[in-house]
Design a protein around this ligand. Structure first.
Ligand code: DC
Length: 221
């Protein structure tokens, strides 16, 4: 497969593997746009939940999605998804209820299809706003959204380290349950993309992980 003309860095991994902090730092260092696709699934979950739609009612989910208009705003290095002109804040998309619902909504094929084009289009946002490239993090970026990315990383950490990280952040998050749903779903499951570079973040500090990724990127670019 020929590589994408714009430099894209795909960073996948389970919850609390250090994806967000790493992606953010890499984007800053390289002057790339940072897109967190977990936040996309959280924003859609927030909107559907607010409309009273449960993930088990697939017809209502499809109807609900048809009422959502997606928009993008860029602040600093980061792009944010808005729905019908509203960008929910962090406490809204990282609430306990969104934490418990998001993996269920993300397992629904119509929800994934709904976000697919939007996520691919983020390259154009990066170009239009003058960024040198795109760092996109998620679960299926290197496997489904951008299998043609120049760099595909898969971050891994053991379960104990990840639980501890979430506790330190003061967040209540059923990581094990979410990961089980994310890896077990049929559509775009969480997995290490073939040919991706695996980085174990359990034993390394955030600074070490960032330095490792930057070294790989700079050496190959
Ligand atoms: O990265 P996060 O923990 O904020 O992601 C929230 C949920 O969204 C996660 O349980 C799985 C889902 N997700 C996904 O299915 N595909 C992505 N590319 C990103 C996130």
């Amino acid at each position: 497969m020929s590589k994408h003309p714009t430099t894209i860095i795909a960073i996948d991994g389970g919850a609390a593997t250090g994806k967000s902090s790493t992606s953010c730092a890499i984007a800053k260092s390289l002057e790339f746009l940072h897109v967190d696709t977990g936040a996309h699934y959280r924003t859609v979950t927030f909107a559907l939940n607010q409309a009273g739609i449960p993930p088990k009612d697939l017809d209502a989910v499809t109807e609900g999605l048809a009422t959502l208009n997606l928009g993008t705003s860029v602040k600093g290095q980061q792009a944010f998804l808005s729905v019908n002109g509203y960008k929910p804040n962090d406490s809204e998309i990282r609430s306990t209820s969104v934490n418990s619902l998001v993996a269920h909504f993300a397992a629904i094929p119509s929800v994934r299809k709904f976000l697919f084009e939007y996520q691919r289009e983020q390259v154009k946002v990066a170009q239009k706003k003058g960024f040198k490239g795109l760092v996109m993090e998620g679960r299926d970026i290197g496997s489904v959204i951008f299998p043609d990315a120049q760099f595909r990383f898969y971050l891994h950490a053991d379960a104990e380290t990840r639980s501890l990280r979430r506790k330190k952040q003061g967040q209540e998050d059923a990581i094990k349950q979410r990961d089980a749903i994310d890896t077990g779903r049929k559509d775009a499951p969480l997995k290490c993309p073939e040919g991706a570079i695996v980085i174990d973040t359990s034993e390394n500090t955030l600074e070490q992980v960032i330095a490792t990724l930057l070294q790989i990127i700079r050496n190959q670019d």
